[in-house]
Ligand binder design. Structure first.
Ligand code: 13P
Ligand code: SF4
Length: 324
């Protein structure tokens, strides 16, 4: 007997604490349409932790940080993958699933880190530091990954750097992630000057003010924040690590200094935790909506393609990371 699909109405209970009843009717018909389209097309939706709750909790099949999305992308049996996230994430899914159709609902969903460096910059760095391996954050284009020895995410950067068994690495393009990892390892790290436009805006003063206005608050930050912000926090980790921290430690009051939707998504699972909400929006993540996910599935757009020669080299760098 075929199993029946959930309906938007049955899903509302899950998100009612973070989506006001007035807003729900604007989402319900797209949710029902997307659930049916996924069935018709044998499609899965992979959603990053920064997607809004109506995407994250109501239509996504696989959710997580960049590392989890990359890993889980490999094990899907679906014919079509819709990446509810930014373009580099869709490219990573395509690298790992060359035969599947990978769709990104809005081609403008970019990333300030990915935009901060081009393949030619990596070639020049290699000339300047001959023999020094290049560790590349997944927040980059396939062309940049293709020039790299190995990729990393915020969840495994230290392990990747140390896996190489060398005294010095080039780590690009996020200067702050590189500096933050540099405080945890003896490996010397040569950094690039890229920054995340969302996380670079948090300051140590923000944290001090929060601690004054919300006594006892536990402060979690993403390692794309400047090192002086990380130094003031109680914990720093990838989006998945922040979410796990809340689940394991259940702090009575917490602030996630990262993209705004993270708190909403984690709050759905933890009604007992008070979430304080200073956060910054990622304009790129916010380009993905239920409406354009529906159109992506209806019209098969935008299909992610990567030039085969680039894809071959970029895939190696991603696969080396996943083998760790
Ligand atoms: P995570 O890998 O921690 O999910 O981070 C991705 C990202 O883009 C953070 O800004
Ligand atoms: Fe890029 Fe920052 Fe947005 Fe993440 S939050 S996608 S690093 S701009």
């Amino acid at each position: 007997m075929p199993t029946s699909l959930p309906t938007a109405a049955s899903l509302y209970d899950r998100v009612q604490r973070v989506i006001p009843p007035m807003e729900w009717p604007t989402f319900a018909s797209d949710i029902d349409a997307i659930l049916e389209l996924k069935r018709q097309r044998n499609a899965v939706i992979l959603a990053h932790n920064y997607q809004t709750p109506e995407i994250f909790h109501c239509v996504a099949d696989i959710v997580g940080d960049s590392l989890a999305l990359a890993r889980k992308a490999m094990s899907t049996e679906a014919d079509v993958i819709v990446l509810a996230g930014v373009h580099f994430m869709a490219e990573t899914a395509k690298l790992l699933n060359p035969k599947k159709t990978v769709l990104v609902p809005d081609l403008r969903a970019g990333c300030s880190l990915a935009d901060s460096i081009a393949a030619e910059d990596v070639r020049l760095l290699r000339q300047r530091y001959p023999g020094v391996p290049v560790v590349t954050y997944v927040n980059t284009s396939a062309e940049v990954k293709a020039e790299s020895d190995i990729c990393c995410t915020s969840g495994n950067a230290k392990a990747v750097v140390e896996s190489l068994g060398v005294p010095r690495v080039i780590m690009l393009p996020d200067e702050y992630l590189a500096l933050n990892i540099g405080t945890q390892t003896d490996v010397e790290i040569i950094a690039w000057k890229g920054h995340c436009e969302v996380h670079e805006r948090f300051t140590p003063a923000d944290i001090r003010e929060l601690r004054e206005s919300h006594p006892g608050v536990t402060v979690l930050v993403h390692p794309e924040c400047p090192p002086e912000v990380v130094a003031e926090a109680d914990f720093s980790g990838s989006t998945a690590a922040m979410s796990d921290y809340v689940g394991r430690r259940k702090p009575p009051r917490v602030v996630l200094m990262t993209e705004c939707s993270m708190s909403d998504n984690v709050a759905v699972e933890h009604p007992e935790v008070e979430f304080i909400r200073p956060c910054n929006l990622c304009p790129h993540m916010k380009r993905i909506t239920l409406a354009n996910i529906r159109i992506a599935l209806e019209q098969n757009r935008h299909v992610v393609t990567i030039e085969p020669e680039i894809a071959g080299r970029a895939r190696l760098a991603v696969e080396r990371m996943l083998a760790i």
